[in-house]
Design a protein around this ligand. Structure first.
Ligand code: F6P
Length: 322
């Protein structure tokens, strides 16, 4: 193999740049040429492919977002779109491709690897941490710390006004960000899709704690299909038990910003591992980290198998925070 490509796809995540930097430098150390593909699969279809070298990735390790740009590309899910993408890879002489993204990216990558002769290696990059085959995804730690800082700030005002707050965090159908930021921020309640809790149950928990010493509380809510659902929950709680509350939706703030040390180190490790995997002739795998070691998971499993929440953390929050 002489020439490889790299792209970022789906939602951007802090640490993607650190991963691109690591892959470019590892490729150059291996004597491989590396090309950046702009705007994810959308750019691959449009043939937006340009050479990268050690110098093109200087001073990006601390930057959030992705220098390559990203997109969600419905066109890539069509066979015509993929045929154009494959033709562009062929014209550019790219024999191996690194995909940095989440389960949607790897779904596309699985189909691509079945349809073309290019070797494909995925690297998990998403704030949601909802990818099977890795303990953590690149960007998750930064997003959790961003949510945590917000929770800490809200606690100051919640305490001062003796108020109930609902803080809605991202996670796209999963509660990883909510759980970890909720545990770290001492959230009194947690609403996540993996653990069912009705509004009635929530109300009775809140009533119980407000009858005791508590004068304020924070409920961390994982976003649902429809972001902003916490407004509905807050209203239902108000209607049922009369608690006045405020809602804070953190939204895309969690996606930006300088990556934490943990995300940068993980990004470096997996960027290097991806290049080494391609150089060793591997294809159709995601490189992740399990128990601190690089692990190879078939790309298909990463989106087919659901990743489980850490139940110990769920229990731990109950014991410490309620
Ligand atoms: O997958 C990352 C993520 O930020 C999710 O947490 C969120 O549900 C989604 O992307 C938002 O997507 P978009 O930026 O396309 O609105």
């Amino acid at each position: 193999m002489e020439r490889i490509g790299i792209l970022t796809s789906g939602g951007d995540a802090p640490g993607m740049n650190a991963c691109i930097r690591a892959a470019v430098r590892a490729a150059s150390a291996q004597g491989l040429e590396i090309f950046g593909i702009r705007r994810g699969y959308a750019g691959l279809i449009r043939g937006e492919i340009e050479p990268l070298d050690r110098r093109s990735v200087t001073n990006i390790i601390h930057q959030g977002g992705t220098i390559l740009g990203t997109a969600r590309s419905p066109e890539f899910m069509t066979s015509e779109g993929r045929a154009t993408a494959i033709e562009n890879l062929r014209k550019a002489g790219i024999e191996g491709l690194i995909l940095i993204g989440g389960d949607g990216t790897f779904h596309g990558g699985t189909v691509l690897s079945q349809e073309c002769g290019v070797s494909i290696i995925g690297v998990p990059g998403t704030i949601d941490n909802d990818v099977y085959g890795t303990d953590y995804t690149i960007g998750f730690d930064t997003a959790v710390n961003c949510a945590l800082e917000a929770i800490d700030r809200i606690r100051d005002t919640a305490l001062s006004h003796e108020r109930l707050f609902f803080v809605e965090v991202m996670g796209r159908r999963t509660g990883f960000i909510a759980l970890e930021s909720g545990v770290a921020g001492g959230a009194e309640e947690l609403l996540i899709p993996e653990v069912s809790m009705s509004v009635d149950e929530l109300c009775s928990h809140l009533e119980r704690s407000f009858k005791g010493e508590k004068k304020s509380a924070i409920v961390v809510v994982a976003e649902t299909e429809q972001p902003g659902d916490s407004f509905r929950i807050a209203q239902e709680v108000r209607d049922k038990v009369g608690f006045d509350s405020r809602v804070c939706i953190l939204g895309h703030i969690q996606r930006g910003g300088s990556p934490t040390a943990r995300d940068r180190v993980l990004a470096g490790k997996l960027g290097i591992a991806a290049v080494q995997a391609l150089a060793a002739g591997k294809s159709g795998y995601m490189v992740g980290e399990i128990n601190w070691r690089v692990a190879y998971t078939p790309l298909q499993y990463t989106w087919e198998k659901g990743k489980e929440l850490n139940v110990e953390l769920v229990e731990m929050r109950k014991l410490l925070c309620e």
